[in-house]
Structures are given as C-alpha cells and as structure tokens.
Design a protein around this ligand. Structure first.
Ligand code: E4P
Length: 217
C-alpha cells in the first residue's frame, strides 16, 4: 500500500518524508489556501517545492472546468516537474481530459469520486488514480469504506490498472480498514499516519526495558 500525505504544508511533508515511508503527496486548492499559498505563480512554485522535498507522485489540481482549460492547465502543471500528477475533477469534461492525458502517458488523479459509477468511468478513461473521498461520505452518514470495497471488486473483475487512492482519510483506523480492503494508496494527514505507530504497551514495554538495562549498569 502506498502512503501519500494529504497536505500542502512543507514541514509536515518533510517530516513524513524523513520517516522514510512516504510515496507521494496530494494537494487541492483548499489545502493550498490553508497554508496561505495564493496566486497562480505562488501555487506553481509551491508545487515545485513539494516535488523537490519528496521522491514520489505529487498531485496538482486543475481549477478549470472545461476541457480546453483543463488541457492547458494540466500541460502546464505536468511540465513543472516529472513527479507531477494532474488532478482532474469527476465531471464530463474531466473524463475527456483524463482520456487526453492518458493517451499522452501523463499521470492523472481523478478527484471527487463518490460513487462506483464514477470510479468505473474514470478507469475507462485511463485515470492513473481515482480518489474516492471516504471521510466526506462518512460525514453524510454514508459508508465510505463500502465504496472502496465496491470499486476494488469492479477493478479486479476487469483487471483495470487504475489505482484506488483512498482520500479524505480522517483517522488511523481509516488507513487500516483501507489496507484490509486492498486500496492501492491512501492519502491522509500526518496525524493519521503517525497514529499507526502508537500503542501503550510499546511505550510501557520500552520504559521497562530501559529501566532494567540501567539496573545492570
Ligand atoms: C484528496 O486528494 C483530497 O485532497 C482530500 O483527501 C480531501 O479530504 P477532506 O475531505 O479532508 O478535505
């Protein structure tokens, strides 16, 4: 399972990268705004900074909603750095753009996926990744994890190469449940990733080992 971090915060990206388990980064316009990164030039520069801080895929989202606009923007984003993955919304023109970039072998991430039908269409259009937003489904009392299971089943039925990128991860259990289901990738906040290492018995066990070591020295 690949681990992506879902943030535009460079310190958090570097912390996850230093841990040695990071495979990539996802961003979106809201995450950029949260870090105070505004204006086209600053945003483009920030994508390059992120690419230079990590080794894997970095999703950069288009803000156009028409085919020509997405193509122009996506080409600009892809030319910024080889690690850029063009993130495209699940709308009609987005499907056309996914196919366009797929034919050019430019990696894409189809975002805002909330149904199996959308995931099937994105895979047909050749998306590299699809991003089902499980936390936002949970927020409206709909089981986000079931969506991941259903997409897994359909993709396996037809050996689609599109990777399931479980997004809108809110906590550590989401990561574990997505791993059980077989999501190819998860993108989540640093806190959810760090939560994987915590166990009180590890802490108390280590404390005792260190105390016992000191007794003998
Ligand atoms: C995915 O690529 C999105 O950036 C993200 O996971 C959205 O998550 P949110 O629902 O926490 O905003």
């Amino acid at each position: 399972m690949k681990f992506f971090i879902d943030t535009a915060n460079l310190n958090q990206i570097k912390e996850a990268q230093d841990l040695g388990v990071l495979d990539g980064v996802t961003t979106n316009p809201s995450l950029m705004a949260k870090e105070g990164i505004t204006g086209a030039n600053n945003i483009l520069k920030h994508y390059v900074d992120i690419c230079e801080a990590v080794e894997g895929d970095v999703s950069a989202e288009v803000i156009s909603v028409d085919f020509q606009g997405m193509v122009k923007e996506g080409e600009q984003l892809a030319s910024l750095h080889p690690q850029i993955v063009v993130k495209i919304p699940m709308i009609k023109d987005g499907i056309k753009a996914l196919k366009y970039f797929s034919d050019l072998n430019i990696k894409t991430n189809c975002t805002l996926i909330f149904s199996v039908g959308q995931a099937l269409l994105a895979a047909k259009a050749g998306a590299t990744f699809v991003s089902p937003f499980i936390g936002r489904l949970d927020d409206i009392s709909t089981d986000g994890l079931s969506l991941i299971s259903e997409i897994r089943e359909i993709y396996d039925n037809y050996a689609f190469e599109t990777e399931i990128l479980a997004a809108s991860i809110r906590h550590t259990m989401h990561i574990i449940d997505c791993a059980k289901i077989g999501a190819d990738v998860m993108t989540g906040p640093l806190s959810a990733i760090m939560g994987l290492l915590k166990h009180p018995l590890t802490d108390s066990g280590l404390k005792k080992f260190l105390e016992d070591y000191k007794k003998g020295n």
